[in-house]
Each structure stands twice: as structure tokens, then as C-alpha cells.
Design a binder for this molecule. Structure first.
Ligand code: C5P
Length: 398
């Protein structure tokens, strides 16, 4: 529920603005108060009258409206909410936010605020895929802006792909996750997840069978307890959770850089199946079959992210949790790994093919800590995640 939560809803100028009318209703049904702001372009898609009628309050439109300044200045307006939601966040709006421009009411509010911001992007698939938008997305994620969506599907412009604004109820779920009260409220937690892809050439890569299911479940469970989660994920099979800050990477080196950018955090959970090796000299041209025989690949070691973070002095998270995927002698190997890496806990599991754990929906883990080994019964990955999140909450509180 969002009882008594105040949402400042900035409606950008895109066709998805019609969904923002429904979003106002859904947020209100969940108990939130919605103060709407329209950009000039948004008024081409929805009228201020319908927006203010649904919100039950004035729709703010103009930076230089002196009545507004007398009633509530733009600085105060920007800080009066528990959360700012930008829906739809157009390519133009994301560009302005990333560049720090403030030339209308919406962009000025976003610059002046110290309130968390959640964006629901909506645009044509080419605009979403454009390097400029992707660059802006990365920048905004690094600035701490949260994202929900976009989804993939048919678009109003007749094309198909990523760029559809999330449905109003998905946005409400992301708002709820963000505003969730719980034992981890105010704690910033990093989660790595999924496999990494190490390029051989522009079309081939080395990967592993990690689906990202367990890491995703852990991130979702931590967010449900109120944590501010930074989710650094390789190319996973499952979609990232709602309401967390998602940073998408491909290689181990990119994951390592994204982890550095996310620090400092109160806790780090390293659930990613990071490739131990990369191809030392990945080719920038596709390798050809040749008469010279088979190509030989030379490997180089990837950074060990868990080890580095565990062994950093100043700035080390209070709690560092590693994962260990083992196929034999699980407890002995995981105990040795905990010591070698220097992390606080290791969540160890047996991934031998017979268990069906890798890529499956269940997990049977042993938690290794300085207290020894604690075996948990086989249960759904969501249950493992919930139990781990609660243990992390207890440890950070203690
Ligand atoms: O050494 P091993 O790969 O078995 O260790 C697994 C743990 O270490 C996992 O928590 C994984 O996320 C982390 N790891 C890492 N960077 C690497 C290799 C593993 O963070 N290069």
C-alpha cells in the first residue's frame, strides 16, 4: 500500500501519456496522493483538465507561472513528494536529465530535487536502442535514478520492440518496492547476477549456464524488505526485478567497473556466475574457417570481483556474501573458498547436472559463515532469497 505517500508525477510528451491517466487512478487506489506536472509536449497528448480532474488537484505546467511561485515555488514542489515518477520518460526527457538541463518546469523540478526519481521510459524502439539513449540511461542509472521498463511489444508507431511504457500496475509495483518500509530501509545493497559473456570475436562469446534466477530473486527479496538495491546483471534469461536500480553489463570487466561505480554499499551479494577467463585477444573481425587448421584461443584471467571487494580496506561493505557453485565436496570446497576470498558468508550449492539446480527453479544451499555450515532444505529460489534477505537484515541490524 502507498497510504499517505505523495507522488509527483511528471508526464512527458509521448503517446504513452494516455496510460499516465490510468496510472494516476491506480496510484490513488493504492492510497497515494498524486500531484501532476505536464510538459508542454504532454499537453499535445492529454489535457491539463483531464489530468487535474483525475488527480483531484492542480496540474502544474509552467515554470514562470507566478501564481504557482506564490503558492508553492518550484523548489518546494520538487521536494514535497516521497517519490518523483516520470511517466512517460521520453528520449528527450532522459537526454535533458542526463545532461542536467533545466529549461522548463519538469526539467527544473528534476534538477532541483533531492527526492528519489523513478522513470518509466516510452519511445520508439530505434530511439530506445540509439547509442545516445543508452548512454543517457547508463548515466542516469549511475546518478541513482531508478527505472521501470520499458517493455517489449507492439508500439503505437506500428513497430515492434523494446520501448513500450510499463503498464500502470507494473509502475505501481515499482513505486511500492521503492517506498517499501522494512528492516532494510535506508540500506544500500549491491547484487551481482547472471552470467557474463566474454567475446571471442564480434559474433561469438564464451558464457555459462547461469539463468540469473537466484540473483534476481535475491534482489527482489532485498527490495521487498526496503533496501535500496543496485542490481548489476550480465545477460540473464529472466527479466530484472522491478523497483531496483538495474545496471546491465556483458563482460566480467564491465561488471567489475559497474560494481566499483555502485560502491559504497552497506552489503554486497555476489550471485553472478562470472567467467574466470576471458579471451586474451578477442578479434574485432569474425574468425574465419581456414585451411590453417583450428584457431587457438589464448585466455587471460578476469578480475575476481568478490575477492577484490572482500579484501578492500576502507569502503568495504559491512557484509560481503559470495556464492559458490560446486559439483563435489560442497561444504569443504565452499569453506575453503570463503577463506580464500575473504568474504563473510558463502552461499554454496551443488550444481552437478543431476540436481537440476543450474537454470532450475529450486535450490538447496549451505550457508557458510564464521559460525560454520548451515544446511537449508531444498526450496524454491524465491524462498532461499527471502531467507537470505532476512538474515542480511538481521546481520546489518546487529
Ligand atoms: O571462484 P568462484 O568463481 O567459484 O567464486 C564464486 C563467487 O565469486 C561468486 O560469488 C561469484 O559471483 C564471485 N566471482 C567474482 N568474480 C569472479 C569470479 C567469481 O565476483 N571473477
Amino acid at each position: 500500500m502507498l497510504a499517505s505517500k505523495r507522488i509527483l508525477l511528471i508526464i512527458g510528451g509521448g503517446i504513452a501519456a494516455y496510460k499516465s491517466l490510468d496510472l494516476i487512478r491506480r496510484l490513488q487506489e493504492h492510497g497515494a496522493q498524486v500531484t501532476p506536472v505536464l510538459t508542454r509536449a504532454a499537453e499535445e497528448f492529454v489535457t491539463p483538465l483531464s489530468v487535474s480532474a483525475l488527480a483531484g488537484q492542480k496540474a502544474y505546467r509552467d515554470l514562470f507561472d507566478l501564481t504557482d511561485e506564490a503558492e508553492m515555488g518550484h523548489i518546494q514542489l520538487s521536494r514535497s513528494a516521497d517519490l518523483i515518477v516520470v511517466a512517460p520518460a521520453t528520449a528527450d526527457m532522459m537526454g535533458k536529465m542526463a545532461a542536467g538541463l533545466a529549461n522548463d518546469l519538469a526539467s527544473t523540478l528534476l534538477m532541483a530535487t533531492d527526492t528519489p526519481v523513478l522513470c518509466a521510459p516510452a519511445m520508439n524502439v530505434r530511439m530506445w536502442d540509439h547509442p545516445a539513449t543508452q548512454r543517457n540511461l547508463k548515466q542516469l542509472q549511475q546518478d541513482g535514478i531508478r527505472f521501470v521498463g520499458p517493455n517489449e511489444g507492439d508500439m503505437a508507431c506500428g513497430e515492434y520492440g523494446a520501448g513500450r511504457m510499463s503498464e500502470p500496475l507494473e509502475i505501481v509495483a515499482a513505486v511500492e518496492a521503492h517506498l517499501a518500509d522494512g528492516p532494510l530501509k535506508g540500506k544500500r545493497i549491491l547484487v551481482t547476477s547472471g552470467p557474463t559473456h566474454e567475446p571471442i570475436d564480434p559474433v561469438r562469446y564464451i558464457a555459462n549456464r547461469s539463468s540469473g534466477a537466484q540473483g534476481t530473486a535475491v534482489a527482489r527479496a532485498l527490495a521487498a524488505l526496503g533496501a535500496d538495491v543496485v542490481f548489476v546483471t550480465g545477460p540473464a534469461d529472466v527479466p530484472p526485478p522491478q523497483g531496483v536500480q538495474v545496471v546491465q553489463v556483458e563482460t566480467a570487466q564491465q561488471m567489475s567497473d559497474a560494481v566499483d561505480a555502485a560502491l559504497p554499499v552497506n552489503a554486497g551479494v555476489f550471485a553472478a556466475a562470472v567467467a574466470d577467463w576471458k579471451v586474451a585477444t578477442a578479434s574485432d573481425r569474425k574468425l574465419k574457417k581456414s585451411r590453417d587448421g583450428l584457431p587457438s584461443l589464448e585466455f587471460a584471467e578476469n578480475p575476481d570481483i568478490l575477492k577484490r571487494v572482500s579484501q578492500m580496506g576502507a569502503g568495504r561493505p559491512d557484509l560481503v556474501v559470495g556464492f559458490a557453485a560446486e559439483t563435489d565436496d560442497v561444504i569443504d570446497n565452499a569453506t575453503a573458498k570463503r577463506a580464500r576470498k575473504g568474504c563473510d558468508w558463502i552461499v554454496a550449492n551443488d550444481v552437478s547436472p543431476a540436481t537440476g539446480i543450474m537454470g532450475g527453479s529450486e535450490n538447496a544451499v549451505v550457508l557458510i559463515s564464521d559460525q560454520g555450515a548451515e544446511s537449508w532444505p531444498r526450496m524454491g529460489k524465491d524462498m532461499v532469497a527471502a531467507r537470505l534477505a532476512q538474515k542480511i537484515a538481521d546481520a546489518l541490524a546487529g
